[in-house]
Design a protein around this ligand. Structure first.
Ligand code: PMT
Length: 417
C-alpha cells in the first residue's frame, strides 16, 4: 500500500526521515511531498535516498518558466493513488490552510484532491499550539475526519516547556496503520464491477443509450481497490479516468459487456453490476447513415440479461450484487428484481429524486437483501461506495451478528414470491 508523508517547515522536519523508515518497516510504499519551508530544514535528497522515489517539492516542474501540463496534474494523480496521507510535522500554517481549503502548493492541493484518509501530527511552539485559532482549526479538521496525532509535552526547540513536541513515531505509525487496516478488509477478494451505460448502434453514427455516466461504478471500483481487492472493471463508454491499479476492460455494447463479464467470472469472488445496461437493441443495424425521410419505425429486440447469466454461472461463495434504477414504486420494483434476478442484494436507486442517481456526483440508495432494507444516506458516490462495500461484507457474516435494527422484509418478499 502507498502512504504519502507530507513534510512541512518546522524544526521537527528532521524526524520525518525516521518516520519514513518506520513506515517502510510495515511494508508500506512511502512517497514524500515537501513544502518549500520544509526544504530549509531538511534536503529532499535525504527522502529520495530513503524512499527510492522522486520527492515532490512544488506544483511546477523544476526549471520550467511556464510550468508543464504533466506536473500541473501530478497532484491529482498523487492524491488518487495514495492510500493515506500523513503530514508530520504539521505546522500551525498548514493546519490553518487545510481548515480553510487553501490550495497554494503541491501538499495543500493534494489534501483537497485526495479521498484517502488524512492524518496530521502537529508540532509547534506551545503558545501557537494553545492559540484559539489553532485549536479552532484542529476542531474543524477533526470534524472532517482528519485524524490528529496530538503533540507531546516537554522541552521545545524554542526553549519553552509545554505541548507542541511532535508525537513519537510509534504513535504516528500506529495512526497510519489503523486507518489502513479499516481499508484492507477486501484483501484476497477479486471484485468484478460493471459501470456506465451500454450503447446499441442504430447506424454507423447513432446509438440507443442511457444517462449513466459511470461515476457510481468507478467509485465502487476505486473504493474496492483501496480496501485491498483486486478489481476488474468492465466499463461501457464514459468520460472518466480509470481508477489507479484497476484492470479496465472497455466495452460498448451489451453483448460485449456480457462476454467480458462471463470470460472473467471464474476469477471473481464478488460481482457488482452497477452498469445501466441497454434492455433493447435494434433488430437490424443500418450499414449506412439513416437518412431523414418521414416517420421512422424501429424494431427492437431484448438484449441478453447479464445479471441472470452471472447468477446461473455462480460458484459457491460468490456474492452477486445488482443495481436497480427506478422511477416509481421503487421498493416494490427493487424487491421484484432481487427475487427475479436471484442476486444476493440489489442497490436500489430512486432516480426520480433531484441531485442523485444518473450523472450526479452524489447518490442515496437502499441496500436490499431478501430480509433487509437498509437506507444509506445521501453522500458523494465515492463515500457511498464504501458504505455499500460495508453492507456487502455483512453478507459474509453469520446472520446472528447482523444488527437488530435492520428492517425485516422476509414476510413481504415471501408473499410476493
Ligand atoms: O453511472 P452513473 O451516472 O453514476 O449512475 C449510476 C446508476 C444510476 C446508473 C447506477 O447506480 C444504477 O442504478 N445502475 C443500474 C441501472 C439499471 O440499469 O438498472 P436496471 O433496473 O435496468 O437493471 C437491474 C440490474 O440488472 C442492474 O444491475 C443491471 O446492470 C442488470 N442488467 C440489466 C439489463 C440487462 N440486459 N442485463 C443486466 O445485467
Amino acid at each position: 500500500m502507498k502512504v504519502t508523508v507530507g513534510v512541512t517547515g518546522g524544526i521537527a522536519a528532521y524526524k520525518s526521515a525516521e518516520l519514513v523508515r518506520d513506515l517502510q518497516k510495515h511494508a508500506l510504499d512511502v512517497h514524500v511531498v515537501m513544502t518549500q519551508a520544509a526544504q530549509h530544514f531538511i534536503q529532499p535528497l535525504t527522502f529520495a535516498a530513503l524512499t527510492g522515489h522522486t520527492v515532490t517539492t512544488g506544483l511546477w516542474a523544476e526549471g520550467s518558466d511556464q510550468g508543464d501540463a504533466a506536473s500541473a496534474i501530478e497532484h491529482i494523480d498523487a492524491a488518487q493513488t495514495t492510500d493515506a496521507l500523513v503530514i508530520a510535522p504539521a505546522t500551525a500554517d498548514i493546519l490553518a490552510k487545510m481548515a480553510h481549503g487553501i490550495a497554494d502548493d503541491f501538499l495543500t492541493t493534494m489534501v483537497l484532491a485526495t479521498t484517502a484518509p488524512v492524518i496530521v501530527a502537529p508540532a509547534m511552539n506551545v503558545n501557537m499550539w494553545n492559540h484559539p485559532a489553532t485549536q479552532a482549526n484542529l476542531e474543524t479538521l477533526a470534524n472532517r475526519n482528519v485524524r490528529i496525532v496530538a503533540p507531546d509535552s516537554g522541552y521545545l526547540a524554542c526553549g519553552m516547556i509545554g505541548a507542541g513536541r511532535l508525537a513519537e513515531n510509534n504513535a504516528i505509525v500506529e495512526a497510519v496503520l489503523s486507518v489502513l487496516h479499516h481499508r484492507i478488509d477486501l484483501a484476497g477478494e477479486t471484485v468484478l464491477i460493471t459501470a456506465g451505460g451500454t450503447r446499441e448502434a442504430l447506424d454507423p453514427v447513432r446509438f440507443l443509450g442511457n444517462r449513466s455516466s459511470g461515476k457510481m461504478g468507478y467509485a465502487m471500483a476505486e473504493a474496492a481497490q483501496r480496501r485491498g481487492a483486486r478489481v476488474i472493471l468492465v466499463s461501457a463508454p464514459t468520460a472518466l479516468r480509470a481508477p489507479a491499479n484497476v484492470e479496465v476492460i472497455p466495452v460498448v455494447t451489451t453483448e460485449q459487456m456480457r462476454d467480458a463479464v462471463l470470460s472473467r467470472l471464474d476469477q471473481a469472488t464478488i460481482v457488482i453490476k452497477a452498469a445501466a445496461v441497454a434492455d433493447y437493441r435494434p433488430r437490424a443495424q443500418a450499414d449506412q447513415k439513416l437518412r431523414r425521410s418521414g416517420p421512422l419505425t424501429l424494431e427492437l429486440e431484448p438484449t441478453e440479461d447479464i445479471l441472470a447469466a452471472v447468477v446461473k454461472a455462480r460458484r459457491p461463495g460468490m456474492l452477486i450484487i445488482g443495481f436497480a434504477a427506478e422511477t416509481q414504486d421503487v421498493l416494490a420494483h427493487g424487491r421484484d428484481k432481487l427475487l427475479r434476478k436471484g442476486a444476493d442484494a440489489i442497490v436500489l436507486n430512486d432516480v426520480s429524486r433531484e441531485g442523485v442517481g444518473f450523472d450526479s456526483d452524489r447518490n442515496a440508495v437502499t441496500f436490499l437483501t431478501r430480509d433487509r432494507a437498509i437506507e444509506l444516506p445521501e453522500l458523494t458516490k465515492r463515500e457511498l461506495a464504501d458504505q455499500i462495500l460495508d453492507e456487502i461484507l455483512t453478507l459474509r457474516r453469520p446472520r446472528h451478528l447482523l444488527s437488530e435494527s435492520d428492517t425485516d422484509l422476509s414476510l413481504s418478499i415471501g408473499e410476493q414470491a
